[in-house]
Design a protein around this ligand. Structure first.
Ligand SMILES: *Cc1c(COP(=O)(O)O)cnc(C)c1O
Length: 346
């Protein structure tokens, strides 16, 4: 099977402003011992935990395009938002430090006591980002307020939405799918039936689903929802947001590939105890991957997505004859803020 990257789209992508922040291409590796532990299917991993920016993760690919846009706009400060253990905020803070920009992080929740600043929040501090704690519902309003204040003070702020999930950030995951196409074309003996990854602010899913359509990958791109509740048919939903983001990204690339709501595979069965709550399935996924492959998934996103994949295999919804690519979106730096959830015997 050869995947074809549409040349006009590749050219339109190459013409987009981009700052190189990631170590690319990220490796594709088999997980033979984890596959054995689960009695099949054949599991492989795309190591976007190794993108390299201040411990890596998926936001680096988006930030290559977002930060380039900020620089074109003459920005001297980046503003973004997330949870206190946000991987996105940590990668944004690192990109800002690398390029000599200020970083303002709007974090939902209460500030932890100084002796309890761990994981990503600790790294944010080392990166000299300014943190602003607000109620989760006030994050967007606070970002706008900060932007106004910075402008009034003569600065030039650039607001990156939560997770970097707008059309520009999504370019990073279309580029990632093109990268995968080139890797797969060089490994003719392996054919993936399905891609599985975490979804939360939706940009990764939007880019991978759009990119898959563009290159002709016809297997399911199964997104395990980390915190987005199942849709209510009457309202503007997460599915609509991901669809619209994919289509806005296609427009940036002058592509007529259209994404419909039905193209998006979103599984809401693994929301567990809510965002950032580590339960038995997440703990099992962390421990299985550590002991079988010597690798780490993060506590919030990738352990939940991997736990979802493991359950879909065990309950028969995913066939044991499949060959599956787990797209590892990173997040292991947050493990250090969750040490009390893990004991050596669990
Ligand atoms: C942000 C994040 C995700 C989710 O990606 P979205 O593009 O926001 O849906 C998955 N895994 C990790 C580790 C993340 O930090």
């Amino acid at each position: 099977m050869t995947y074809n990257i549409p040349p006009e789209t590749a050219a339109a992508l190459a013409a987009q402003p981009r700052v190189r922040l990631a170590h690319l291409p990220t490796p594709i590796q088999p997980w033979p011992r984890l596959s054995d532990a689960l009695g099949g299917p054949q599991l492989w991993v795309k190591r976007d935990d190794l993108t390299g920016l201040a411990t890596g993760g998926n936001k680096t690919r988006k930030l290559e395009f977002l930060v380039a846009d900020a620089l074109e706009a003459g920005a001297d400060s980046l503003i973004t938002a997330g949870g206190p253990q946000s991987n996105h905020c940590r990668q944004t803070a690192a990109a800002a430090a690398q390029l000599g920009l200020a970083a303002h992080l709007v974090l939902g929740g209460d500030p932890p006591p100084p002796e309890n600043i761990q994981g990503n929040l600790f790294l944010d501090q080392l990166l000299r980002a300014t943190t602003h704690f607000v109620d989760k519902t006030q994050r967007n309003a606070k970002m706008e307020l900060l932007a106004d204040e910075l402008r009034a003070a003569g600065r030039s702020p650039y607001v990156i939405p939560v997770g970097g999930s707008n059309a520009i950030g999504t370019l990073g995951y279309v580029a990632a799918m093109f990268e995968l196409a080139e890797q797969l074309n060089a490994m003719p003996d392996v054919r993936f039936d399905r891609i599985v990854m975490a979804t939360s602010s939706g940009g990764t899913q939007a880019g991978l689903t759009l990119g898959a359509k563009m290159i002709g990958f016809d297997g399911p791109v199964t997104a395990i929802s980390i915190d987005q509740a199942p849709e209510d048919a009457d309202t503007f939903t997460f599915r609509d947001h991901v669809r619209d983001t994919a289509n806005a990204c296609a427009e940036l690339l002058n592509s007529d590939v259209n994404t419909s709501g039905d193209d998006l595979r979103i599984n809401h069965d693994y929301l567990g105890g809510g965002y950032g709550v580590v339960g038995p399935p997440e703990i099992e996924a962390v421990n299985l991957l550590a002991t079988r492959e010597g690798q780490f998934v993060g506590p919030v996103y990738t352990s939940r997505a991997l736990a979802g994949l493991i359950d879909l295999i065990r309950n028969g919804q995913i066939d044991r004859n499949e060959t599956i690519l787990f797209w590892h979106t990173g997040g292991d730096a947050a493990l250090h803020a969750y040490t009390s959830n893990f004991t050596p015997t669990q």
